[in-house]
Design a protein around this ligand. Sequence first.
Ligand SMILES: Nc1ncnc2c1ncn2[C@@H]1O[C@H](COP(=O)(O)OP(=O)(O)O)[C@@H](O)[C@H]1O
Ligand SMILES: [Mg+2]
Length: 317
Amino acid sequence: MDLAVEVENLTKRFGDFVAVNEVSFSVAEGEVFGFLGPNGSGKSTTIRILCGLLSPSSGHARVAGLDVWRDAERIRQRIGYMPQFFSLYDDLTVAENIEFYAGLYQVPPALALARQSELAEVLELGPVLDRLARTLSTGWRQRLALATSILHRPPLLFLDEPTSGVDPLTRRLFWEVIGDLAHEGITVFVTTHVMDEAEHCTRLAMMHYGRLIAEGTPEEMRTEHVQTMVEVQAHPIWPVLQALEKAPEVVEVALFGDAVHAELRCDLNDAEARVERKLQTAGVAYERVVAVTPSMEDVFVSLARRWERPTAAGADR
Ligand SMILES: Nc1ncnc2c1ncn2[C@@H]1O[C@H](COP(=O)(O)OP(=O)(O)O)[C@@H](O)[C@H]1O
Ligand SMILES: [Mg+2]
């Protein structure tokens, strides 16, 4: 399979600060590749390098077969890019913004018109086409931003936090549109800090403090990194948290919604019984203890813990 993106030991420094630290990964054509990580983990910096907008400090990266050091200009012609903070022309209407970007991408006018109505349909922009961009809420601005980044049908699309700050309906619509684009053969590289959006991706990479800490399919992520996860429901929940924090077989414990998720250093078989015993011994009331499949957030919390203590990380991994 051809590679849409190949990154090897990519590093970006801003002065003494290392924003992207020796990162290596690849993205095959046709994938929906999710680039996950909390704010500040180096996602946007990586994307800007891949889009030919920022030069790396060291390492290699190829995008659509082109080298980011030498062919930045040609890369920009072959991709679509929706930046995290998209600049729309506030004094133009939605339709005028689309027209403007069509011109920028040199989409012939007749084709641009056809695509505008197609995108208006898909992204449900019809009712706002005549509104000034400055009057749009975040959700609508993001829809317009996505529309302008795919007007020219790039074979490779970079979306930087497209769902950040949007309402749940727009969020769902975006993932549907991303799925449809992938179905048409477009490779999508998408970042998010919402771990559970990872389920929409075919493969993932997880960033933390500029380093790539894990890579794989959503299924691999959930099964390979966390040994055993148990969910405890209780009212109140804090005593459970406190009791489990002290238990030696508990690797990590965190609030998950209004329950507690505890990662254990033991087999799935006796996990529930062990936790129940622990809570009973501590005299803590609970309603239910049940083994669960870790969520992507659980996986991140577990991996991040190992990376935050560099001396322990080597032993853990
Ligand atoms: N131009 C810059 N100069 C200095 N520091 C920067 C610059 N751009 C990003 N950073 C820093 O690099 C880190 C990673 O930023 P970024 O790539 O935007 O992370 P993310 O997109 O994952 O939130 C942050 O600590 C940010 O402050
Ligand atoms: Mg960012």
